[in-house]
Design a protein around this ligand. Sequence first.
Ligand code: HEM
Length: 466
Amino acid sequence: MDTEEAIGSLQRSGPYTFEWTKLHLPRWKTDPLRYEYDTLAAKALERLQAIAKERGFSDDPRKRPDLYQLLAENHARDDDLERFWTQLHAVPDWVDWEQLERGQRFFYRYAAANLMGFALQGFVGENSAASGVVEVLVRTGGFSTRVLLHRLLETFQWLLQVTESLQSIKPGGAGHISTVRIRLLHSSVRQRILKMVKSRPEYFDVETHGVPVNTLDSIHSIATFCCNHMWLQLPRMGVHPTEQEKEDYIALFRYLGYLLATPDEYFVTVDQARATMESMLVHELTVTDTSRVVCFNFIKCLVDLPPFNVSKEFIEAGSRVLNGDELCNQLEMGRPGWVSYACFRGHCWLVSALATAQRLSPTFDQWIIEHWKRLLHSAVIQSGLKGASKFDFKYVPQEGVQVEKEGNGRKGVNYGILSRPVETFYLGVFLFASILAFLACLMATIGLRAIAPYAVQCVSKLVGGR
Ligand code: HEM
């Protein structure tokens, strides 16, 4: 049996160290949460499925029901649906809309750093090593490289919708509706896996991993979404969010967590949220063979993807900087050469310089926020997904179907100066900043040497004059 961490003990997760305090969550408190889940949505889903059946819908992709639509039309006629609808539309008294709006701006303010951190630390490091979560992911087939990109874009769609505007996350807004759809999707995944476990208990080890998409996994996911930027990602790129930014972004996800049936008490304050994130690092990260499959496919999905054609080595270098070598070795990631690290350093210096400039100029900050919002919405929702997804249950778990390591079907990128534009740009930033730093040192040395004799004369006059 695992022992509890001692208060005051020093803990480490990759390059990140911290002290275990009273705010951290002991195992006796978190372990039972593996067997708790969103019963309200589970009941509502059953009712919606019954209504759908009555109306001639089925599992056939062309005849699948829009569960949200059914919920909106029928909640007043059914107690379970009404309870679900009421919870979703009740706004908790701790919600401060102005604060949530500020939280939404945080995502776009540091978009380049947030996206890089989310991909390389949130997905590659944290998600791959969350052993219970990956067991669910490989069973839905959505982590196959053939469909993974689409799923990632859908995740980004959700993220963009819930950060778009206040209107979007208020009841009835596009982000609110998408969040309800995600909650129903999670319930469908859980229902399907548990149904299969009934006839074949070995299909999913409920005793070890808990119920699929359980309360603890959800707390972990919300922490990954909002806390990891603050302590595990941005600071390692030279960007240090302010206390206000931390409070605002965590408050936004406390509300989104509430909509997704994730207990909000773990995100009440910045200190509590940080302790929750750190507790997950200590308790929940274990690299398994399935982690290696998920990590491998995730990297394959991004490598050489047009138009940026990012290389495997760049992803590995960034992952190693953010997650540490120990975890990346366990995930069997390659060891890239110094050029890839230099490119990643170029990225870090750029986002750090931008963050400083944004703090100095609110007009520039506003411009960056608006620019990223427009760019991401058009790239992800309009171009990538060709219109907003409704998050229906596409990759239904089936017996014998489990994702393994896969290729990406791309030919690879021919060598050329512009074949990998992002890396070339970041390498340029690295070289430019290095030359600037060298010149600054040179000038400082020359300046010091030039003024040194006068400084010595001044000091000796002062001393002699006494
Ligand atoms: C509570 C925080 C969470 C958020 C904000 C969240 C968000 C999302 C989003 C946006 C999607 C749709 C896009 C996609 O298909 O990837 C999704 C789907 C999915 N999520 Fe989550 N998720 C959370 C927790 C979890 C947890 C804890 C698990 C599993 C242990 C999980 C498993 C899944 C699965 C399997 C799908 C895909 C279903 C399919 O194949 O269509 N999620 N989630």
